[in-house]
Design a protein around this ligand. Structure first.
Ligand code: ATP
Length: 391
């Protein structure tokens, strides 16, 4: 097992374009680290630099205390698990797992046999050893690919979007399986994905990248509750955080639907800044009719016109249209394009209790937990309230 320390890593391609720009990430021994971001953010390039498939323009790549910038991939003792698992279809599961050991040519047949059997028992593949990959489920194939990595005693696993070819159901199952195996083996893992759900559910910590620049490196909980900027706030969470034009005066924040009272500490952090962007997650709203008195007092209530309601059984989503003024519309449009997101500046999405009686076309009383508001600088995107202690 190993630590992986990336310090000020830069990758410039021939045309001078920095695909990875001054990124520092420390992966701890046994940690499950996620590299996540939209297409083109540089996450695959960074992974390829760890494994040695891509040269490093500048910065230090240190694995277990050893600088590896100039070492060939096979000298780094890492195991890459690819999207298609790269199994040999004509070989049995046994031979697929044994393959890297036979290639190395340093072990006897009986030593290879005992390593393959140990790995197959860990991965619960014993009964499939004589089958060919074509006759295995996606999950079993994934385990064979990991088995090949385990027999080599690799110091770390590196995954590049391993689940992106699978349908939603299988993806969910495989996600749990990878999480379980990684915990059991306790092996340092770096995992690339563009899927924020995968990132949040698998990662001990998550590195969010945008245009080659590291935005935030934190636990899933920290990313969710204290996103450092608009980009991270919009990227993490589904349905995404709502962004609304806002002006702060004292502890009052004026939103398109009315004025709400927020914790003084949050208001102070954003004082005297003019027009801002407020961020509130859908789940921090509720139908005011289903909220008890005590909860109601902790937040604010406003009236709004609901044009669509989607009832999902365990909850419902209500959509409330609004128009953002031009001063913040451009910023939100850009974010929407970058995140491939929904209509961020024209509608508020509110999550309702399944028992809510609110229906489409109705003016409804909506409650908001105003303690959960984030206030962003519309120019820089910085979350002015990220450092505040009031949740
Ligand atoms: P995706 O999820 O689409 O694979 P990514 O976040 O993994 O995206 P990278 O593949 O790391 O992104 O690419 C980062 C940037 O570097 C992109 O803008 C890409 O076009 C650029 N890039 C990648 N490889 C090369 C190359 N060989 N020459 C020039 N530019 C490249």
């Amino acid at each position: 097992m190993a630590t992986i320390e990336m310090t000020n890593i830069v990758k410039k391609y021939g045309d001078g374009f920095a695909a990875v720009n001054d990124v520092s990430i420390d992966v701890q021994d046994g940690e499950f680290m996620i590299l996540v971001g939209p297409s083109g953010c540089g996450k695959s390039t960074l992974l390829r630099m760890i494994v040695g498939l891509e040269d490093i323009t500048s910065g230090d790549m240190v694995i277990d205390g050893r600088k590896v910038n100039d070492l060939a991939p096979r000298e780094r003792n890492l195991a890459m698990v690819f999207q298609n698992y790269a199994l040999y279809p004509h070989l049995t599961v046994y031979e697929n797992i044994a393959f890297p050991l036979r290639l190395a040519g340093t072990l006897s047949s009986s030593e290879i046999d005992s390593k393959v059997r140990e790995a197959s028992s860990t991965l619960e593949l014993d009964e499939h050893l004589q089958r060919k990959p074509g006759n295995l489920s996606g999950g079993q194939r994934q385990r064979v690919a990991m088995g090949r990595a385990i027999v080599r005693n690799a110091d770390a696993f590196l995954f590049d979007e391993p689940l992106s070819n699978l349908d939603a159901k299988l993806r969910g199952q495989m996600r749990t399986e990878i999480a379980r195996l990684q915990r059991r083996l306790g092996i340092t893992t770096v995992y690339v994905t563009h899927d924020q759900t995968e990132a949040m559910t698998l990662g001990d910590r998550v590195a969010v990248l945008r245009r080659g620049v590291l935005q935030q490196l934190a636990t899933p909980r920290e990313l969710y509750t204290r996103p450092v900027n608009l980009f991270v706030a919009g990227f993490i969470g589904s349905p995404p955080m709502n962004f609304l034009p806002a002006t702060v005066s004292g502890d009052q924040v004026e939103l398109p639907f009315g004025t709400i009272t927020v914790p003084a500490e949050k208001a102070r952090a954003a004082e005297g800044r003019g027009l801002l962007i407020a961020g509130i997650r859908p789940e921090h709203f509720e139908d005011a009719q289903v909220v008890d008195e005590e909860t109601r007092r902790r937040g604010s209530t406003f009236s709004a016109h609901v044009d669509v309601v989607e009832w999902l059984g365990h909850e419902a989503y209500a959509y409330i249209p609004f128009e953002a003024p031009p001063e913040v519309a451009e910023q939100l449009d850009q974010l929407e394009r970058e995140l491939d997101g929904e209509a961020m500046r024209t509608q508020l999405v509110v999550s309702l209790d399944a028992n809510s009686g609110i229906s489409k076309g109705e003016d409804a009383e909506i409650w908001v937990d105003s303690r959960e508001i984030h206030l962003f600088d519309p120019g820089t995107g910085e979350n002015l309230t990220a450092g505040t202690t009031t949740a």
